[in-house]
Design a protein around this ligand. Structure first.
Ligand code: ZN
Length: 440
């Protein structure tokens, strides 16, 4: 009998599985076929299996790929355009005029390609993205090999004057990506303050009809909550719940100003909050009540937000800041310990995006989305506890290889489907275009 030949075998290293038992495995190998994890087995059984390709993971941590629960990929070219401003001035005087002059399909595609490359370098294997021209975001991610959930950012009046147009766009998105395993779609109203009641209601209907999740910004700053109370007579979560939001799976970006009742309501509805710590800190929007959210078992995940407010896509750094910040704010060094923190980037991130059944941990049957992180360096030694290093000491530059759906998208720190030098050159050219358009 001939021996079955699998696609990949990864051997050696330490497997940080993030499975329900939080097992870490040494002296094991991983069998991968058809883009999925077949099994993780003891090295003593290696001779019973054969693969087309072998990867030596000695001195590496093998972790699930990192999950980014809130991003705006096409904002890559806006990095550093305007800093040190309050959110409403930053948006109104800087970002929205910039978008009005620059937004076009090709711009979105090029900037998304740049962002996708950067995400892969930082170990991100799935991003939940909200913006415009989302078909071009999905095209860019497919070329990069990055898994993406796209949601057309719905802002009135440009994007949703006529509900039949909205319906057609949702259907077109669905038709276009139904056979692409890297692309999923969701419904993404921008925020309460940019959408009418009718539009938000239409979003819940569309989510139900397509069985899609809803992704939106929620309670990012205090004035949003005050506005909602003033215009709708309710706090944001009650307002959205009344419109049927919580009947869908929801992921809310920010959640800085949620109160105790709102946290309880969201936890009961099994909704999720994407923590965008760097963006909240930089725009000075406040501090998320993380301690209370954890006590209420609210599903938390990590998001980078766009690079215009972050200003990078280093989600490992973002996690480290988050873990330390909430300890300090609560005078509680025990809060959000390393393993629990790392779960936000992996299995909890998958849960937030309704993908815990096939992503977020290294388990048989799940997609082979993973990172190999080199520990043979000064910064990583000695290594007593891998979770400690992942959250408190490692940097993204230690990420050596990244695999998405069984495809090496980065190998030995080299992107496999994109030319990094070309991307850098293109970004430099766009800088000149942006400056001259904004001056004219
Ligand atoms: Zn955002």
């Amino acid at each position: 009998m001939t021996m079955k030949e699998y696609e990949h075998i990864i051997q050696g290293g330490t497997y940080i599985t993030m499975d329900p038992q939080y097992r870490t495995l040494e002296d094991h190998f991983m069998l991968i076929d058809a883009g999925r994890i077949v099994d993780i087995l003891p090295m003593t059984e290696l001779q019973d299996f054969k693969a087309k390709a072998y990867t030596d993971a000695a001195d590496c941590l093998i972790t699930p790929g990192f999950i980014n629960a809130h991003s705006h990929l096409p904002m890559s070219y806006f990095r550093g355009w305007a800093d040190d401003l309050p959110l409403h001035i930053w948006l109104k005087d800087q970002i929205w005029p910039l978008e009005a002059k620059m937004l076009a399909g090709d711009f979105v595609f090029d900037a998304s390609l740049h962002g996708a490359a950067e995400m892969i370098r930082h170990g991100i294997t799935l991003t939940n993205d909200m913006y415009f021209y989302v078909d071009r975001i999905a095209d860019a991610c497919s070329i990069a090999g990055l898994r993406v959930i796209v949601g057309e950012g719905i802002i009135e009046p440009e994007y949703l004057g006529d509900l039949s147009v909205f319906k057609r766009r949702v259907q077109a998105l669905k038709d276009r990506y139904q056979d692409n395993p890297l692309v999923d779609c969701c419904i993404a109203p921008h925020a309460i303050y940019t959408c009418s009641k009718e539009v938000l209601k239409a979003c819940t209907t569309a989510a139900a009809e397509n069985n899609w999740m809803i992704h939106t910004h929620l309670s990012e700053n205090q004035s949003e909550v005050e506005d909602c109370l003033k215009h709708h007579g309710e706090r944001p979560v009650d307002y959205l719940a009344g419109l049927g939001f919580l009947e869908a799976h929801c992921v809310f970006a920010h959640g800085v100003w949620l109160d105790s009742e709102e946290i309880k309501t969201l936890a009961q509805a099994k909704a999720a909050v994407a923590l965008c710590t760097d963006s909240n800190l930089k725009l000075s929007n406040g501090f998320v009540p993380v301690k209370e959210m954890l006590e209420q078992n609210l599903n938390l995940a990590m998001g980078t937000d766009g690079v215009a407010s972050n200003n990078n896509l280093d989600i490992l750094e973002e996690l480290s800041t988050t873990a330390k910040l909430h300890k300090a704010l609560n005078h509680d060094p025990v809060l959000l310990p390393a393993r629990e923190a790392f779960a936000l980037l992996t299995i909890e991130g998958a849960r937030a995006l309704n993908r815990a059944h096939d992503l977020g941990s290294l388990e048989a049957g799940k997609w082979a989305d993973l990172c190999l992180i080199d520990t043979n360096n000064l910064q990583s030694q000695p290594l007593y506890n891998p979770y400690s290093h992942l959250v408190y000491s490692m940097g993204s530059e230690q990420i050596r290889d990244v695999m998405i759906a069984g495809d090496w998208v980065m190998k030995n720190k080299k992107l496999q489907h994109l030319n990094e030098a070309d991307l850098i050159e293109k970004a430099k050219q766009y800088k000149n275009t942006i400056i001259s358009k904004m001056e004219s």
